[in-house]
Ligand binder design. Structure first.
Ligand code: AHR
Length: 371
């Protein structure tokens, strides 16, 4: 049954779509709504190929998708881990969207940031003949073989949150934020804020080899390359954790006495960096000596932004499961799906800052932040 369904799905046309978080491009402060909690509508009409390859009457029972036959749809989700508040929100979002009440049986594996565990989880899902597999890849590299195995088994794979370096024909779709655009947003905001002033920058990167790290680094560096008055002093991985952020910041403080910008590639790292600077008597935020840029814009991260401790916080929306569910429902119906769904983000800045690239934080924006 699965193999025939997969043949049908492979014949459907795939395209790319951009889905918003309520604001699209960073809007002027007052006009912006908090991050998107409702999927934007996708524009694609079903591709003709999907209809042409619909099963013939005789074949109907064999090709019938699980939901159509009244079965629950089994979904295996190989999650990165539980390294951050963002991740916790993302996991909860999947557990809510793929609930029994919604007609799913979700098998969830927390890989604890271990590639081997994540690969094994995917292989187990294949062996268990899941209807669909979602993978939030820890690293971009090393996926071709297992994706080929899933394809050979006729199981559609959704790459979610982060991206992989594999041949796109090996998976059905990729859903996630544009990490390069997030890095560029941070860089553009900094350029506007500093307005030609010098920057001595320290970067606390995310996990090594993760597309979130690679993309944010690339995006920020793209903008830094346009500013000869900026110097990136150092860049080390804090592994997207608070402990990692604190450890890296403590070592930066020992090595560098003169810096005025710290870029943390997620909120948890920023909390750790703030702890390290507090302990060293270094002031930061809108009234301090050091500008802090963070990513994620989780509730607590935005609280710090509202409090003026984080100057700029670039969103990465963790509420992506609805897009995955939408893809699965389309596949169930034999419809075409987009090759990629880009979840759009916006940036937020502390009160007192106005920016063409970011929304100025208010209590109202914070109150609307569900994660
Ligand atoms: O892939 C998304 C990133 O991973 C988030 O920025 C971070 O918090 C998470 O751990």
């Amino acid at each position: 049954m699965k193999k025939k369904l997969a043949v049908l799905l492979a014949g459907t046309m795939v395209m790319a779509s951009l889905v918003g978080c309520g604001g699209g491009d960073a809007a002027p402060a007052e006009t912006s709504a908090p991050a998107a909690e409702t999927p934007a509508e996708e524009e694609e009409a079903p591709a003709p190929e999907a209809e042409e390859e619909a099963p013939e009457a005789d074949d109907a029972a064999e090709t019938e998708a699980p939901a159509a036959s009244g079965d629950t749809i089994s979904v295996g989700f190989a999650q990165v881990g539980h390294e951050s508040d963002w991740r916790a929100a993302n996991t909860q979002n999947y557990q809510d969207a793929f609930s029994e009440a919604n007609g799913y049986e979700l098998s969830f594996v927390d890989a604890d940031n271990d590639n081997a565990v994540q690969l094994e989880a995917v292989r187990n899902f294949i062996q268990q003949e899941m209807d669909y597999i979602c993978i939030a890849p820890i690293e971009t590299a090393g996926w071709d073989t297992v994706l080929q195995e899933a394809q050979d088994a006729g199981i559609p794979v959704l790459i979610v949150d982060r991206s992989v370096d594999a041949d796109p024909s090996l998976y059905t779709t990729q859903i996630g934020c544009d990490m390069v655009a997030e890095g560029e947003m941070a860089g553009n905001w900094l350029g506007e804020y500093l307005d030609g002033a010098e920057a001595k920058i320290l970067v606390i990167e995310g996990s090594v080899g993760a597309s979130a790290t690679l993309g944010r680094t690339e995006g920020f560096n793209n903008i830094a390359a346009q500013h000869s008055e900026w110097e990136i002093l150092d860049s080390q991985s804090g592994d997207f954790t608070q402990a990692g952020g604190q450890e890296v910041m403590e070592s930066f403080i020992k090595s560098y006495s003169d810096f005025n910008v710290v870029v943390c590639q997620n909120d948890n790292e920023a909390y750790g960096a703030m702890d390290a600077m507090d302990a060293a008597g270094i002031t930061y935020g809108v009234d301090g000596d050091v500008i802090i840029i963070s990513f994620d814009a989780t509730h607590d991260g935005l609280q710090y932004t509202l409090d003026g401790k984080i100057n700029c916080n670039v969103e990465c929306n963790p509420l992506q499961a609805e897009f995955a569910a939408e893809v699965i429902q389309k596949l169930q119906a034999g419809e075409a799906v987009d090759a990629q769904t880009v979840v759009t983000d916006q940036a937020f800045v502390a009160p007192g800052i106005t920016s063409q690239y970011a929304v100025t934080m208010t209590q109202e924006v914070l109150d609307g932040r569900a994660y």
